[in-house]
Design a protein around this ligand. Sequence first.
Ligand code: UGA
Length: 449
Amino acid sequence: MNVAIIGTGYVGLTTGACLAFLGHEVTCVDVAEEKIAALERGEIPIYEPHLAELIAGARANLQFTTDYAQAIPEAQVVFIAVGTPSSGTGAPNLQYLESAARAVGQHLGRHYTVIVNKSTVPIGSGNWVGSLVRDAVGDRPDRRFSVASNPEFLREGTAIYDTLYADRVVIGTDEEHAAEVLYTLYRPLLEQTFQPPPYLPRPEDLAAVPLISTDLASAELIKYSANAFLALKISFINEIGCVAEKVGADITQVAKGIGLDTRIGNRFLQAGIGWGGSCFGKDTAALVSTASEYGLDMPIVKAAREINRRQRERIVEKLLHELKILKGRSIGLLGLAFKPNTDDLREAPAIEIARKLLERGARVRVHDPVAMARFQREHPDLAVTACESATAVARDADALVLVTEWSEYLELDWETLASTMRSAIVLDGRNALDRPRLARAGFRYLSLA
Ligand code: UGA
């Protein structure tokens, strides 16, 4: 099928690359000229494992352009995957969605087109996009279209795997024909008939991917509910972690003990600093904001947000309690990205923790295996020392904080690190380090739970 994707961020680029890999003719559109020029040169603007290989392998089916006129008129399916950043009020900023919808309407071809909201948009946006496109189409009855919602469930760092071997595909539309078109588009993925890429073999037990076909509003609500539930799972284990700390229980064992109950499940029960990233914070805020438009309070979701906020403060409180005075102390942060295997710094806990430590007069040294360049570009105002390695972060430090559990940090030569620090203290913000090993290396080990 002929597909256009608007927006070449994590979601748009991954979706485009995967659909091209599955054999569709894909044109990716972005207004950012330098991004499109880089993609045409074969450079990938984000760090995402296997994305470069996938794009290189599917290059014959992929085009990149800044020109809507080159992408939309031929497309049978148009995905809108533009950013919907937080506006600060809780509701997302929809200006990019609005201009994309208008541009799509202006360029629709003389055939039936399915326009798909792939961005995480507020409930009701399907109808809104439909009305914007209709206005832009104006008096041209041969431009037929319908709007569908096809929410994204990929995680950064495992985006390709999550897309090709999805737990489910959700298609929400009020028009049967649109559902049929999207079914045809996703068929190779739903039936798992494609040849897996050599670097991402198909999980052995995956025979087919379930399709959930719903109305528009239900698909939109599925997206928000999924992210809110995952966020509150994390906040729940972090709240239990506070109790575990008081009573002397081991939160990792507690998580294992409850997670083996299949009704609960063991994923997203990793206690620690809590969630960051562009999704959970923004989407829980948007859900609360949408509910409030209908006079509904969402105490559970609000509490999950509050607990997440507190976890970051607890890092600073722990250091303060341990070191007594933070002024003039040197604190090393291991990891800047909001999670391993990405260079994304949006709502990364490390940034907020660094800021809080600086406010208290500490000196902050930072390192990340892949996000350093991006960090220096995006946060030139943050008066921290950027170090070229974890070893450099530890030199003369009063304490180290593991903020992002990159695998290379788990394998550090802790004995050597301890010998170069002013005081060998480590605060394991992700409950990811080998506690006995650190003790043997001479560290005083602290954690949030
Ligand atoms: C999340 C969802 O997992 C995806 O399904 C969804 O598609 C995506 O948001 C989105 O809406 O676009 P993502 O934010 O990329 O994906 O990453 P996650 O793996 O969900 O991690 C989010 C945060 O939670 C990270 O900061 C991670 O460190 C933290 N986390 C995760 C925990 O603190 N504990 C856990 O047990 C799991």
